[in-house]
Structure formats: C-alpha cells, structure tokens
Design a protein around this ligand. Structure first.
Ligand code: SAH
Ligand code: SF4
Length: 391
C-alpha cells in the first residue's frame, strides 16, 4: 500500500489545507481545490494524469505527495444471483495494525443497485443472531475508508460518468448502477458518528457524487442518544433493527436494549427530525423460528408502532456457521406479514441476496481477526475463511 496520503475522503476545506501544506500559493489554493474535488468526486479519477486541466508541474507535485488510493480488493465473489461481495484491505493506521479488512456488498436489481457498506471493522455489540457480532471491534473506519467503499465499487462496475460498464451482466438498467446506499454492512454506524456523517456528506455533495439523502439508509441497533443527531446532521433515511417486541427478548437478541429499551427507542423514532409519511422509518425484523415470529408478536409490533410513519422490513434469518437460530418457515413469515399488512404497513419480506457467498444481511465477517490453525471454532467458518484469506 502506498505510503503517501490518499486524498480520498478529504472535504473541500481539508483539500485546501493539504494544498497549502505542500506549498501551493494561497491565491491558487481555492481554484486547485475545486479542480481536484471535481476529479476526485465527480469524475472518480484514479490517477493524477487524468486531471488534464491541472498543469503538468502541479500534477507532478500532487503525485509526489499524495495518492488516490481506495481500499484494495483482496477477493471478489460473485453470487449466482449477481450479488458481488468484496473483501477489502485497508491501510493500517499504526504499525501494530495487521491487515485491517472489511466487506462491502453490491446488490443489483433490474431497476436499482444497492451498495451495502461497512462503518467499523467488527462491532462492539454482540447481537446473538449476527455474524459480525462474533468479531470483536478492531476500529472505526475513517471517512475516506467509508466513502472509499462507494468509490471502489463504482470503479469496479464502471459507474462513473463517461465510464464504460466493465461487465454488463446483471447490472440494473438505470443510468446509475449504484442508486442506493445502505449502511448495513459491518459495524454500528452510530458508534462512529462523526466519520460516518463526514463520509455521507461527501457522498451527498451535489457537486460531487450527488447521492440523494432519500437513497441513503442508515441502520442502527438503537443508539438512542445519537438518533436525533442523525436526522439533524445527516438527514438520511433511518432503519431500526427492532427484531423483538418485548424487552426480555430484545435484551437477548440486541443486547444494547438493556441500555436503551424499546420504549425509549420508539420515543426517539417518533421524534426523528424530518419524519413524515413520505420519509418513513424502516423497522427491520429478523424472522427467527419460534423465537419472535408468532402472530401475537406481529400484533404487538403493530400496536407498538402506532403513530410512527413506518415501513416494516421482514428479514428471513440468514444462517451462518455455528449460528444458534433457524429461519422461520415460510407460512409463518406469511402469516406475520399478513397481520402487519392488514394494519396498513408495507411489509416487504427482504429476499435474501448473495447467501451462497455469505453476503446476505448479518453474514459479513472479515477475518481481520486472523484465524489460528489451532482455533477449531474458526475452522467451522470454512466458507467465510476461504474468501477472507489475504494472499
Ligand atoms: N449495526 C447495524 C447495521 C448493520 S446490520 C444494525 O444492527 O442495524 C444490518 C441489518 O442486518 C440489521 O438489521 C441486522 O439486525 C441484520 N442482521 C444481522 N444478522 C442477521 C442475520 N444473520 N440474518 C438476517 N439479518 C441479520
Ligand atoms: Fe453489530 Fe448490527 Fe451485528 Fe448487532 S446486528 S452485532 S449492532 S453489526
């Protein structure tokens, strides 16, 4: 990995400062910053050579000090359904950090393409049904590493203006190949608030990548104190990992519930800035056989959400090696969905995508925490290990 500092993730004021630091005369800094910004975030340049409206001398000076490096692909896996999962190597932040890695997933559909990005390496929380939760938190991602996942994915599928899509198979017909971004990969985004916010502000900048805030969804396990700020400072769509309608059960499934129980969480949702029928909160509900999937649970869910403009997203549980739950059977999911539908909520059942490559919700787990040959438990994770082995 390059020793030079990557410009990916720098905001406009930061770019201006970096230019000043390398001796660009103050009078030129603003103009140069605007040029750089355009090449970086509107055009997706991967080389200073592309930046044809910047003088050769200036380009050489930039090249001497900086790079445009995104996270590096360790492995790419393509599912039979077209879902792509990339295991990405990040630049170590300290000499002690060994091969930090995260996963990022692209889910193409005919009319849209969703990119699922990570916000942390691992997770401090340990929701009992989530694979990422079995990996301890190694660190927060920087804004550049977060926005870099989007940029890398756009490089890979040819999704920058003027680029030729490298491989058309299975890509959506929409003009953009990545139309939606979801913060539903590894990590709890609200435990990395500032970096996630700064990355999303870059993704949304109108003279840059210009993703609409209505097409960015941040999923949280329910960090109540950060919810209002999310609406104020990011203004993105909110998804809540609810998964249970009683505190006793949610305490087990989503243990952060012990700190921020259901009533407090739903209060924060009711007060989410910008909430309206046009901007509903999505409640995610994983379907776990005989655990949270009864008709009584569905009725209680409807009762709890009364008055909150909401969508309910039923997620069939995606198993992972050693997971302690089973997915509800199909009739049970339909009965549950019917009750919720009849109460007037849209309740799409999320079709699992990329299960064959362990890319579905909650299956992500990089082995940044490298497995030891003697670690029999990790040996069970054969599938995820193969794709995670760094060369
Ligand atoms: N930490 C955040 C975002 C990442 S998880 C959060 O918890 O919301 C993204 C979604 O996948 C969450 O709703 C999470 O509860 C769900 N999920 C985790 N493991 C899952 C599994 N094995 N099967 C189905 N969904 C899962
Ligand atoms: Fe972390 Fe979300 Fe997984 Fe819970 S569901 S362990 S908060 S990534």
């Amino acid at each position: 990995m390059s020793e030079k500092q990557s410009l990916i993730g720098a905001s406009k004021p930061q770019l201006q400062q970096l230019l000043a630091n390398i001796g660009v005369p103050e009078k030129q800094c603003r103009m140069r910053q605007e040029q750089l910004w355009h090449w970086l975030y509107t055009r997706g340049s991967t080389s200073f050579e592309d930046m044809t409206n910047i003088s050769l001398a200036m380009r050489t000076q930039l090249e001497d000090h900086f790079c445009l490096q995104r996270p590096k692909i360790v492995t790419e896996q393509i599912s039979v359904d077209g879902t792509r999962k990339w295991l990405l190597a990040l630049k170590p932040q300290s000499p002690r950090e060994k091969a930090p890695e995260v996963e990022c997933v692209y889910i193409p559909e005919s009319d849209r393409g969703t990119l699922c990005i990570s916000s942390q390496i691992g997770c401090t929380l340990n929701c009992s049904f989530c694979h990422t939760g079995t990996q301890r938190l190694l660190r927060n991602l920087t804004p550049g590493e977060i926005v870099g996942q989007i940029m890398l994915a756009r490089d890979q599928i040819g999704d920058w203006p003027g680029a030729q899509a490298l491989d058309q198979t299975g890509l959506p017909t929409s003009e953009r190949k990545i139309t939606n971004i979801v913060l539903m990969g590894m990590g709890e985004p609200l435990y990395n608030f500032e970096n996630v916010r700064d990355a999303m502000l870059l993704a949304m900048a109108e003279d840059g990548m210009a993703y609409s805030r209505r097409r960015i969804t941040l999923s949280t396990s329910g960090l109540v104190p950060e919810i209002a700020r999310t609406g104020e400072e990011m203004k993105v769509m909110l998804a809540i990992s609810l998964h249970a309608v009683r505190d006793e059960l949610r305490d087990v499934l989503v243990p952060i519930n012990k700190k921020y129980p259901i009533a407090a969480l739903l209060d924060a949702c009711r007060n989410y800035p910008g909430l309206s029928n046009a901007r509903r909160i999505t409640f995610e509900y994983v379907m776990l056989k005989d655990i949270n999937d009864s008709a009584a649970d569905a009725r209680e869910l409807v009762r709890l959400l009364a008055g909150i403009p909401a969508k309910i997203n039923l997620i069939p549980f995606n198993p992972w090696p050693g997971s302690p739950y089973e997915c509800s059977n199909w009739e049970q999911i339909e009965t549950f969905a019917d009750i919720v539908n009849r109460a007037g909520y849209a309740s799409p059942v999320r079709t699992p995508r990329g299960r064959d490559i362990m890319a579905a919700c909650g299956q992500l787990k990089s082995l940044s925490q490298k497995q030891r040959a003697s670690d029999a438990k990790l040996d069970d994770h054969a599938d995820s290990k193969i794709m995670s082995e760094a060369p």
